[in-house]
Design a binder for this molecule. Structure first.
Ligand code: ISJ
Length: 406
């Protein structure tokens, strides 16, 4: 058992009564942490790790024993992290969550979300031209990998039922780290990330970076082909190796031992296959705060590139829109510096009528622009499905819009 904590156990006769504009949820394995109410909020810069750790620790030591802080760190190091100290925290086991889902789904208004407008912040032509620009940079500079992304805004006719979206996410993905975080009174960040940046419990640390991807297929025969193609792809193995090498470099000085498998394995989500490596370490100092390490791992080359600084400036230049919290990290920590932080992907920022979705792909010199666009489309499906939409729904609307604008 990786994480064991003394939280209040839920009353099995009560439902979760989850309110996405007020409560946080973080699901990991068989355990789901759910909060009720906001006791306090605070922010902290993330460009100074020591200051970040001290701020979180100062806020937590004022609180009763057992209090957790939930937070999200943006992609960009010049922006601020948001934290919440909840009024109440409860740990639910998976069966309890399943019964809540059943109860909740039977009472929720399951109205289909009627979509009115779709706006790509980076459309297909722009994305492909950015991939080509990146390929040019690989041949002219020391840049080896860059993660390029798109964001898409969806506008709905009626208010988005966020609790329903969350229950769909919990239902459709058995694996992964589900999260819901009220960024402010109007905006909730919600999704199911497959990628663990770092978990720490006492002296033990675990990281599970993913890089190198292929969409899932409909038939067992096709699935076998996709898995084999991904595992043997030089391009994807390179994308993956770049990430593991960097993560190992950051983790090594903190650890007495660090176990890094020689080859990746395959990990699946509801929509994708990924190359995956679990790095397991034993810390030299078990009191090292999780954010001390996590903020140094972030942004990893799984979300940024290699070398980090060069990739980062080219991302700003090529994407033209800030990623804000997308491809940041989200998680929680306790008063002893333990916790779990995952990468902010396969998610959306939900407002009353609007959802902003994000999807990126690692680009290397062997990348093909059309395939990378398809990969980001496949990654969008996680959130689209949770919103009750299909890829073709947003493609049709966006094609109509592009034609009208010509
Ligand atoms: C950027 C995303 O995913 C990241 C990129 C991956 C890749 O390029 O293969 C795989 C997993 C994530 O590290 C995303 O889902 O939006």
């Amino acid at each position: 058992m990786y994480m064991k904590h003394a939280f209040e156990m839920p009353d099995p006769n009560k439902t979760l009564n989850f309110q996405s504009q007020r409560d946080c949820l973080f699901m990991s394995g068989e355990q789901c942490i759910v909060t009720q109410g906001v006791k306090s909020r605070f922010t902290s810069p993330i460009n100074n790790t020591q200051q970040l750790v001290e701020t979180v620790q100062q806020q937590l030591t004022k609180q009763p024993e057992g209090t957790l802080a939930f937070g999200v760190l943006p992609f960009c190091k010049t922006q601020q992290a948001h934290f919440i100290i909840p009024n109440k925290t409860t740990r639910w086991e998976r069966p309890a969550i399943s019964s809540w889902l059943k109860a909740e789904l039977s009472t929720l208004n399951k109205k289909v979300n009627h979509i009115e407008a779709v706006t790509y912040l980076q459309n297909q032509a722009q994305f492909k031209s950015s991939v080509n620009a990146a390929k040019q940079l690989f041949s002219e500079t020391t840049l080896e990998k860059i993660v390029l992304s798109k964001q898409v805004d969806l506008t709905f006719k009626d208010p988005i039922n966020k609790e329903l979206v969350l229950s769909q996410l919990l239902q459709q993905s058995r694996n992964g780290y589900h999260f819901s975080f009220p960024v402010n009174d109007h905006r909730t960040l919600m999704g199911v990330s497959p990628e663990l940046l770092l978990a720490k419990h006492g002296p033990h640390v675990l990281s599970n970076p993913l890089a190198g991807s292929i969409p899932r297929a409909a038939s067992a025969e096709q699935e076998a082909k996709h898995k084999k193609a991904l595992f043997n792809s030089h391009k994807d193995r390179f994308e993956h190796a770049v990430v593991i090498e960097d993560m190992e470099k950051v983790l090594t000085p903190f650890c007495n031992t660090l176990d890094v498998p020689l080859e990746p394995s395959l990990l699946s989500t509801a929509t994708m296959w990924h190359l995956s490596t679990e790095l397991k370490g034993e810390l030299q100092n078990q009191h090292t705060h999780i954010l001390d390490i996590a903020n140094k791992l972030h942004p990893s080359p799984a979300l940024c590139g290699k070398p980090t600084q060069a990739a980062y400036s080219h991302i700003l230049d090529l994407e033209k829109h800030s990623r804000d919290l997308f491809s940041g990290i989200i998680g929680w920590c306790d008063q002893h510096g333990n916790g779990e932080w995952v990468v902010v992907i396969r998610c959306a920022q939900l407002e009353k009528y609007q959802a902003r979705l994000f999807a990126g792909a690692g680009i290397v010199s062997a990348s093909e622009p059309a395939l990378e666009w398809q990969e980001t489309d496949a990654k969008l499906k996680t959130m689209l499905n949770a919103l009750g939409l299909e890829l073709k729904d947003i493609q049709q609307l966006s094609n109509l819009k592009e034609k009208a604008e010509l």
